[in-house]
Write a protein that binds this ligand. Sequence first.
Ligand SMILES: [Zn+2]
Length: 115
Amino acid sequence: MFGKDLTRRSGACCELCEASGVGLSVYEVPPIPADPDFEHCIFICDTCRDQIDHPKRRVGDHWRCLGKSIWSSVPAVQAISVKLLSQLQTDWSAELLETLYLEPEVEAWVDQMEL
Ligand SMILES: [Zn+2]
């Protein structure tokens, strides 16, 4: 539904790990609104999606990309990045979270999100 706009915004790269030349699909960042909302949609690769959907399969090294995406100007990308980072529980992720400054709206979004 928002595929065209997302392709443009993402530059056809995964908005989390920046993978290019791979299949990308729309992911709705929770909590999912009743009506489809572009502001909740991000464009991500299968690897990111699989690891988001299956927390036990998350590989810390894959998520090093979050060091960059937590500073995204797209609130949905930033919110899910912070949430994922906070669930990693590694030394480097804890350090990144300490340096982070979030707008109050994004912070509230992260608090409401369940992954
Ligand atoms: Zn990805």
